[in-house]
Design a protein around this ligand. Sequence first.
Ligand code: ZN
Length: 132
Amino acid sequence: MTNPEDMGPGYYWVKFCGEWTVGEYDPGSHYPWTLVGSDEIYMEWDMEEIGERVERREREEREGMKKPDLNKPAFALFPEMKQKIEQGLCSWCGKPVGEFRDELSQHEYGISGFCQQCQDETFEEVKDEGEG
Ligand SMILES: [Zn+2]
């Protein structure tokens, strides 16, 4: 059993409707779980159990990932965001994405499609709310 608080984005074994399958976990999303082979998205508590991490596609992601996975259900919900990303633009502000400060920011871009500036603004807001 994996503690959800320790979990980064990636693939994990999950028990769903009594069966073990692999789910993709995206902690930044409101519906963080996508089951592999399905387009359905789920909340944290829809998973009966969470198992070991699956080291799948990780190398691919680290070496070559420039753009978010446009097959994600989130982008089906927001076709405008998808279009911007396809054009190399930030999914939020619509400006060219440009450079990222570090690997973490690059990785975040792979999830949300936010440019560095939008990431900075988003994360600052969250931080301010958390510490009062
Ligand atoms: Zn932006």
